[in-house]
Design a protein around this ligand. Structure first.
Ligand code: NDP
Ligand code: NDP
Length: 318
C-alpha cells in the first residue's frame, strides 16, 4: 500500500494504533509498529520518568518508526517534550489543546507532528499551525471526544474537502470494512483505539479487557460535556454521574464526583464499578482478546477482501 500516510511515517500500512491512556505502553506500540502500522505510546497517564523508560523499551523492541501521543492538558508537558527530543522520537501526535503551542517547536527538531481534532474548524486551525497530518475523530470514539457529536461518517468527508494535508480517520473503526469505508470517505489512513485495548500487549487490566469483549451495542455513552466530554462504559461510576445530572449538579459538583485518578482505577487497576472505563462504540464488534499483530493482519485482510467485493459490484445507470 502506498499513499500519503504511509510515505509520511515510513510505514507499510496506513493503520495507526491510537495513543490511549493506561492502555498503550511500549509493548502495544512496538507490536503494532513491528506489524507494519504505526504504534503510539499514550503518554497522558505517564509520569516523565515512566515515559522515558517506555521510549527506551519501545526502541529496543522495534527498529520501526513509532509515535508518542501527548494530550495538551498534560500537566508536565515540557518534560515530555524534552524526553521525546532526547530520544529522537520521529512522530508526535498532540490532542486536546491548541496545535499552535508546540507544532513549530517540534518541527524545528525534525519531528513529524499530527494533531487530533473533532471538527472542520479545528482541522483548519491545525493545518494553519503547520501540522503534517490530521486525525479527525468522530463521536463514536472512546475517551475524550468533541462536544458537537459529529459522527465519523459526517466528519471525514467534510474535513477531506477542506484540508490539503494527509487525513487520518478515527472513531468507530475496528475492522477492515470500516477502514475501507473511512478511506472511501476521503481519509488517507485510519487510527484505531478500542480494538487494540483488547490485545495481549495492551497494558489495560485483564478485567477491563474482558468487559470490552463482552460489551453490547448501547453499553457506552458520552458524558461530562461540562468538564471534558468522555465516552465510557456504563457502570456504577457512570450511574453516579447520571444521578447527579438528575439533581441538576453544577460543574463543580460533577468535578467532585469525578475526583482524581478514575481512569487509572478502572482501566489499569480493574475496578469495573468505581473506575472510568473509556472505550468506543465499536466495542460491541470486538469479541476476542488477540495479539496486536494478528489484529493488524486481520484488519488488512478484511480490507482487501471488501475492496475486491466492492470492485466487483457495478451499477448500471441509464
Ligand atoms: P513491566 O511489564 O515490566 O511492568 C512493570 C510493572 O508494572 C510490573 O510491576 C507490572 O505488574 C506493572 N504493570 C504492568 N501492566 C500492568 C497492568 N495492566 N496493571 C497493573 N500493573 C501493571 O514494564 P512496563 O514497561 O509495562 O511498565 C513500566 C512502567 O510503566 C510501570 O510502572 C507500569 O505501571 C507503567 N505503565 C504505564 C502505562 C500508562 O499508560 N501509564 C502503560 C504501561 C505501563 P505485574 O508484574 O504484577 O504484572
Ligand atoms: P486525573 O487528573 O483524574 O488523574 C491523573 C492521573 O494521571 C493519575 O492517575 C496519575 O497517576 C496520572 N499521572 C501521570 N502523570 C502525571 C503527572 N505528571 N501529574 C499528575 N498526574 C499524573 O486525570 P485523567 O486520568 O482523567 O487523565 C490523565 C491524562 O490523560 C490527562 O492528561 C488527560 O488529558 C489525558 N486523557 C486523555 C484522554 C484521551 O482520550 N486522549 C482520555 C482521558 C484522559 P497516579 O494516580 O499514579 O498519581
Amino acid at each position: 500500500m502506498k499513499n500519503r500516510v504511509v510515505e509520511l511515517f515510513n510505514i507499510r500500512f496506513p493503520l495507526i494504533q491510537a495513543g490511549m491512556i493506561w492502555c498503550s505502553g511500549w509493548k502495544l506500540a512496538s507490536s503494532v509498529s513491528n506489524a507494519g502500522g504505526l504504534g503510539i505510546i499514550g503518554s497522558g497517564s505517564m509520569y516523565p520518568d515512566v515515559l522515558d523508560k517506555q521510549i527506551i523499551k519501545c526502541k529496543k523492541a522495534t527498529p520501526k518508526p513509532f509515535a508518542v501521543n501527548i494530550p495538551m492538558l498534560y500537566p508536565d508537558i515540557e518534560k515530555h517534550i524534552e524526553t521525546i527530543i532526547k530520544h529522537k522520537v520521529p512522530v508526535v501526535f498532540t490532542s486536546a489543546g491548541n496545535p499552535k503551542t508546540w507544532t513549530d517547536f517540534l518541527k524545528r527538531e525534525g519531528i513529524i507532528v499530527v494533531h487530533v481534532v473533532s471538527s472542520v474548524k479545528f482541522a483548519l486551525k491545525a493545518q494553519e499551525a503547520g501540522v503534517d497530518a490530521i486525525v479527525a475523530e468522530g463521536f463514536e470514539a472512546g475517551g475524550h471526544n468533541g462536544r458537537d457529536e459529529t459522527t465519523t461518517m459526517c466528519l471525514i468527508p467534510r474535513v477531506a474537502k477542506e484540508i490539503n494535508i494527509p487525513l487520518i480517520a478515527a472513531g468507530g473503526i475496528g475492522t477492515g470494512r470500516a477502514m475501507l469505508a473511512a478511506m472511501n470517505l476521503g481519509a488517507d489512513g485510519v487510527q484505531i483505539g478500542s480494538r487494540f485495548v483488547a490485545s495481549h500487549e495492551s497494558s489495560a487490566h485483564e478485567s477491563f479487557k474482558q468487559l470490552v469483549i463482552g460489551a453490547n451495542e448501547g453499553d457506552t455513552l458520552l458524558t461530562l460535556k461540562e468538564l471534558t466530554p468522555v465516552r465510557m462504559l456504563k457502570n456504577e461510576f457512570f450511574r453516579s454521574i447520571e444521578r447527579a445530572y438528575e439533581k441538576n449538579a453544577s460543574s463543580e459538583e460533577l468535578k467532585q464526583i469525578l475526583g482524581r485518578g478514575r481512569a487509572k482505577k478502572g482501566m489499569f487497576e480493574g475496578d469495573l464499578e468505581q473506575g472510568e472505563l473509556e472505550i468506543g462504540q465499536v466495542a460491541s464488534l470486538i469479541n476476542e482478546i488477540k495479539p496486536a499483530a494478528e489484529i493488524v493482519s486481520e484488519i488488512l485482510k478484511e480490507y482487501e477482501l471488501a475492496r475486491a467485493e466492492q470492485a466487483s459490484v457495478k451499477f448500471t445507470f441509464s
